[in-house]
Design a protein around this ligand. Structure first.
Ligand code: SIN
Length: 289
């Protein structure tokens, strides 16, 4: 197995391993170390069944069940072997979407941070991918902290923010949710804005997503100003990687230390990704400098 960084900012490519065949504990330890160090791992040219994909994901920890809003999609598209995975897709079959997120842009986010304990990691497998477009972008939130202007870091201090659960990253209101009229009252979870990574102790900016975010104990206008500054800083940054999909790619990312987004793509092209998530642990606050 060879592990090589993708760029200076984020991501490493792992070659010489067939995930379907499995691997020993020494290989897993090297992979896990690289995943913590580089935040995103890419395995190319894999051919996996749902059972093999979930077995790979489960090496990183217990799997998080698909969110309730995705269950009906999964039941239609999956089998027993796929009970711990769900589908990201724009494909419509018999008048019904077989997966989530369609073909539009998905905004920058970390997965399911509207939970008190968000997932540790997410895995995507390129079962069917378009010839171009639909790149998935990643940003390194350790570097976001390290490179942040001191005044911006000072403005965050040890503040906490509300991560709202009402909308998907594609901007759709989730089933059973109401539109948010007041960000202070929005449903979701509260997390430190800078966390101390539970496995390596590094500080990571933890923003979740911009839509309906709210910095606790602030006037709404001040919260909006601070969040706008932070998001402008992050999305204009040089600590990103844009992944161009090939069929058979597997990506696993550290959900605690990254943001990701997806480009829109041509709706006439089919895209089917299989996805698993690894259950999380509590996220401690970093100490303000
Ligand atoms: C996601 O946001 O988890 C999906 C990313 C993608 O469709 O590439």
């Amino acid at each position: 197995m060879q592990i090589n960084p993708i760029n200076d900012a984020i991501g490493a490519r792992v070659d010489g391993i067939d995930l379907a065949a499995g691997f020993d504990d020494a290989a897993f330890a090297a992979m896990h170390r690289a995943w913590l160090d580089h935040c995103v791992l890419l395995f190319r040219g894999q051919t996996l069944t749902p059972k093999q994909l979930t077995a790979f994901a489960a090496r990183f920890g217990p799997l998080e069940p698909p969110p309730a809003s995705e269950k009906d999609l999964r039941d239609d598209a999956g089998s027993d072997d796929a009970k711990d995975m769900w589908i990201i897709s724009n494909v419509i079959e018999n008048g019904k979407a077989i997966g989530a997120l369609g073909d539009g842009e998905a905004e920058w986010h970390s997965d399911m941070t509207y939970l008190d304990i968000p997932p540790t990691a997410s895995v995507l497998y390129g079962h069917e991918v378009p010839p171009h477009g639909a790149n998935t972008w990643f940003a390194n939130m350790y570097q976001a902290c390290e490179k942040m202007p001191a005044d911006l870091r000072g403005a965050i201090g040890d503040r906490r923010a509300l991560h709202n659960s009402s909308y998907t990253s594609a901007g759709e209101l989730r089933k059973g949710m109401d539109a948010v009229m007041d960000v202070r009252e929005a449903p979701g979870a509260v997390h430190p804005m800078v966390i101390q990574h539970p496995e390596n102790g590094r500080d990571a900016l933890f923003l979740g997503r911009r839509t309906n975010a709210y910095v606790k104990e602030m006037e709404v206008a001040d919260s909006e100003t601070l969040l706008d500054r932070l998001w402008d800083y992050c999305v204009g940054s040089d600590f990103t990687y844009a992944h161009e999909w090939q069929r058979g790619d597997v990506l696993i990312w550290d959900n605690r230390a990254t943001l990701h987004r997806r480009d829109a793509f041509d709706p006439s092209h089919r895209r089917i990704l299989w996805r698993c998530q690894i259950s999380g642990t509590a996220l401690p606050s970093a100490h303000a400098d």
